[in-house]
Design a protein around this ligand. Sequence first.
Ligand code: SF4
Length: 352
Amino acid sequence: MNFTKILAKWYDKNKRELPWRRTKDPYRIWVSEIILQQTRIEQGWDYYLRFLEKFPILCALASAEEEDVLKLWQGLGYYSRARNMHATAKEIMNMHQGIFPKTYEEIRKLKGIGDYTAAAISSIAFGIPSPVVDGNVLRLFSRFFGIPDPVDTQKGKTAVLEKAKELISPQHPGDFNQAIMEFGALQCKPTPDCKTCPLKPGCVAFQQNRIAEFPVKSKKQRQRTRYFHYLFITVDKGKNRSVFLKKRTGNDIWKNLFDFPLIETGKAISHKKLILSKEWNDLFSGKNVVLVKESKRYRHILSHQIIVAKFYQLKISPFSGLPFQKVALKEILKYPVPRLIEKYLEEVRNLF
Ligand code: SF4
């Protein structure tokens, strides 16, 4: 059977009409590929359109403020993607005279662009036969070829990549790449639709009745649980009511986004225990702190971490300064914040 031909026919008939499928502009393809990493298409669609409305061309993105880029990205998660895109847009302006590089190797060298994205951009925009390997492709190839190596290891990924290199259409590499991803997303799904699958005559997993065994995975990475105690400290009243924000720095999650002053503990503890902690005393020693309200417990799931968070609304009087940024509550929505903070702000919407 001819895998590539069958796939092309299936793609022609079944592909979804998506806005980024109507372009060969490398900038737009890049934006769509970065947005769609770790994001469902339905959610990514809106972000893609809004992003291009605000930054329709590369130089618009390059000259934007990072906070504006992050604000537009708010809710998508994995914020390093937005920071890297912004840095890369500047780099293309400075090092490539504003013209998107045209070879796989040059594209791959750009910050935040890995093998997958470089392959997608170079094949779709420039017709270079570089195969993409994303989660959908790993699942499809692992099943179709009965690949015994775990797909979350380098060995498994290389085995899939080699097969894709053999099969990619030299005439239409961009369509081939989009087709294998679309096939994985719509037909060879986690629960595959084998009954109607045109590839089943050649599919090892199907023919050997071993669908449940593929894709092979190595041991699951453990998720780490972290306990965040956010301090929602309000000062002043009425229109002047303000809170304290803190820009996140360092190599932790949500870099360069804003959240509230935070005490992190190794396990869940009560408010009574929290106020006995060294961190609490370092912040509030000698101050009159009143707990106005304790929020419900939030469970926020990231790829490798679970954040268990509580928010403590506090009043301090007399106020004598804290090492954070004081922001008028009515201005707070202008700041880029993680989705977890956004959810809490929805809960206290009545305050501003
Ligand atoms: S037969 Fe089933 S497992 Fe094999 S490629 Fe088709 S959908 Fe995937």
